[in-house]
Design a protein around this ligand. Structure first.
Ligand SMILES: [Zn+2]
Length: 279
């Protein structure tokens, strides 16, 4: 393990949860945040985000299209259309939907391949690189969205601070990430390998996730960066298209997770969705 401190609380002590050479899944000895240690270098990360990573099946595309519309519906509850930045915009599907809904959109994207795809989807240049390098002027945006981005970022605290700087006063940020407490995933890992964190490694998830948030840890990260959390709930699921989640049992699970979250605040769903306001 490395000497790198936890991005959330600065603690250097860690507990190994799942070994995977050379990248371990560890838990912070201070705040219990789960993350990958040591962090891979930038070249390795960029090599993982090629065209194949963005290839979705037809049924997934249908589910994702409905998911984007659903997210715009949520967005409309918190802000009237204005200037929107989608950080880590992928191939631009959300940007395109937001543009149709009347938003003045901009995007940034780490992958060269998908930043080009996104640019042609919305007919404006999409910044290729990390948000911090885009040098947007202070207080430029009414809304910033981060859909499944923070789990990929080596320095989530730095990214959130930059989001705060370029948001207008009172601006809104919408964040969604996968949930480390997704009970189905923990159970599968435990049943197959006797380790609830087994499915989080790069090899087993097929996902280059560096940070594994719980709902408490995501709220901590957002608050520490200077935001007030105004909603913290189970993520907007793409179950509107049942085939996206393969069968009716997982569909039922996601509905149950929403209900449990509604009555207890506990999130065991697939993802965590936070709406926050710049303070
Ligand atoms: Zn910590």
């Amino acid at each position: 393990m490395s000497d790198n401190p936890c991005f959330l609380c600065g603690e250097k002590e860690k507990i190994k949860l799942c070994g995977s050479v050379p990248y371990n899944i560890v838990k912070c000895g201070g705040c219990s945040m789960v993350f990958v240690d040591p962090l891979p270098d930038k070249e390795f990360l960029e090599s993982l985000y090629q065209k194949k990573y963005y290839d979705f099946s037809e049924s997934q595309k249908k589910g994702r299209a409905l998911q984007w519309m659903s997210r715009i519906g949520i967005l409309d509850k918190f802000s009237k259309p204005g200037k929107l930045l989608d950080v880590g915009c992928g191939t631009g599907d959300f940007l395109k939907s937001a543009q149709h809904a009347g938003w003045d959109v901009q995007g940034t994207e780490f992958s060269g391949y998908s930043s080009r795809e996104a640019g042609s989807a919305v007919n404006i240049p999409v910044f290729h690189g990390e948000l911090e390098d885009a040098n947007f002027p202070e207080a430029s945006f009414d809304v910033i969205t981060l859909w499944h981005v923070l789990e990929h970022i080596p320095d989530p605290a730095g990214l959130l601070q930059e989001c705060r700087r370029i948001l207008k006063d009172g601006g809104i940020m919408l964040v969604e990430v996968p949930n480390v407490n997704y009970a189905l995933q923990k159970l599968k890992g435990y049943m197959n390998k006797g380790n609830a964190y087994f499915l989080l490694t790069f090899e087993n998830s097929g996902e280059p996730h560096l940070n594994h948030f719980s709902s408490r840890h995501l709220a901590m990260a957002v608050s520490k960066a200077g935001f007030k959390v105004i909603k913290n709930k189970v993520g907007v699921p793409a179950y509107l298209s049942k085939s996206f989640f393969h069968n009716k049992w997982t569909y039922f699970y996601f509905r149950a997770a929403e209900f449990i979250n509604f009555i207890s605040g506990i999130n065991i769903g697939y993802s965590i969705f936070i709406v926050a306001r710049k303070v």
